[in-house]
Design a protein around this ligand. Structure first.
Ligand SMILES: Nc1nc2c(ncn2[C@@H]2O[C@H](COP(=O)(O)OP(=O)(O)OP(=O)(O)O)[C@@H](O)[C@H]2O)c(=O)[nH]1
Ligand SMILES: [Mg+2]
Ligand SMILES: [Zn+2]
Length: 315
């Protein structure tokens, strides 16, 4: 069988690129695939390496999916009991946010990081549209930058409008496969176009843009960078829920909470009201950010209150 790389996924059909010839084919997949015991809305994601055969009219049949080095997955926004695969085999992720237009959703960054932490995927947090910020917004930026730099995420400020910060971002992308994600309308596609002219992705013009966050990009697609490396544009995220996780998954994937938890009296401490909780002490002493801790509490409450659906492990 021939080997290929998935470079586009609409959820219904795929585009693959032959590893050797570089030829591109529309592709389909048959059969059922699962991940962590859950059904997937899209069994293959952009970045997947696959084996295929060519069928009629040059449509490729995806026959096998190679083992993934990592993947980024979320609960499907439409089908609660399904997972949606954002991308596979990536070197790093860039989460793009804006303070204004659209307004940064409280908790969004921490929810995003819950998708990348399980595989220790490096994340750069990019605050775009800096041209729209007033002094108050800049203070919010500095406040958040501080929080995330302290726990070793890279934080950058960019403006496509004023061509700021883009060279710095470009330097981070060289020779790597990077997933770009974020809420709708934050400028994901605009940034990719600015960095990689060949991509030429459709973005909303300012006049159509209502700020309501209708999606312009509706599928995930990988673009090659001239300087080496590739970048994956994805549709905007409206909400991120984590029904497929349990409390301990969340506790383990807030990195500073996990690091601190070795000091808690109880091994299964959830860092809420347990006595001698090192995490709570660290929050009180300002070592752990109250914002992060608050988002952590919100997330564990959320997953605890879900009707837990059965986790069927696939052996
Ligand atoms: N003022 C300002 N506007 C920007 C900037 N970057 C992008 N925009 C505008 O923001 C709007 C949305 O940009 P897109 O690139 O389509 O956003 P997206 O994140 O790809 O959105 P979806 O594909 O829907 O997820 C467009 O009107 C862009 O021109 C910026 O740095 N400053
Ligand atoms: Mg887009
Ligand atoms: Zn604790």
């Amino acid at each position: 069988m021939k080997k290929g790389l998935v470079i586009k996924s609409t959820g219904k059909f795929y585009v693959i690129k032959d590893i050797e010839s570089g030829a591109q084919y529309n592709a389909i997949i048959r059969g059922k695939f699962k991940l962590q015991g859950f059904k997937l809305t899209n069994p293959v994601g952009v970045g997947d390496r696959i084996a295929y055969t060519l069928g009629e009219e040059d449509v490729a049949n995806i026959e096998e999916i190679e083992n993934r080095t990592n993947y980024v997955v979320r609960q499907s926004p439409r089908k609660k009991h399904y997972l949606h695969l954002l991308a596979a085999n990536i070197d790093q992720a860039v989460v793009i946010v804006t303070i204004v237009n659209p307004k940064l959703k409280q908790g969004f960054i921490d929810r995003f990081l819950l998708m990348t932490e399980p595989y220790n995927i490096p994340v750069h947090i990019v605050f775009n549209k800096s041209d729209l910020n007033d002094d108050g917004h800049n203070r919010v930026y500095e406040y958040l930058k501080d929080i995330y730099e302290k726990i070793d995420y890279e934080v950058l400020s960019t403006s496509v409008e004023e061509n700021k910060g883009l060279e710095e971002l470009k330097a981070l992308l060289k020779d790597k496969t990077t997933l770009v994600s974020g809420q709708s309308g934050v400028g994901k596609s605009s940034i990719i176009n600015a960095i990689c002219a060949a991509a030429n992705i459709k973005t909303k013009t300012l006049s159509d843009y209502s700020g309501k966050g209708q999606h312009t990009t509706t599928f995930a697609e990988m673009y090659s960078l001239q300087e080496g490396g590739s970048i994956i544009d994805t549709p905007g995220i409206k909400t991120l829920s984590f029904n497929h996780l349990d409390v301990m998954d969340i506790a383990h994937n807030f990195r500073e909470i996990f690091d601190t938890s070795s000091g808690c009296k109880y091994g299964d401490c959830t860092h809420r009201n347990e006595p001698k909780c090192a995490v709570k002490t660290a929050v009180e002493e300002g070592e752990i950010s109250e914002l992060r801790y608050g988002n952590y509490l919100q997330l564990i409450d959320e997953v605890e209150n879900q009707n837990h659906w059965e986790r069927i492990k696939d052996y």
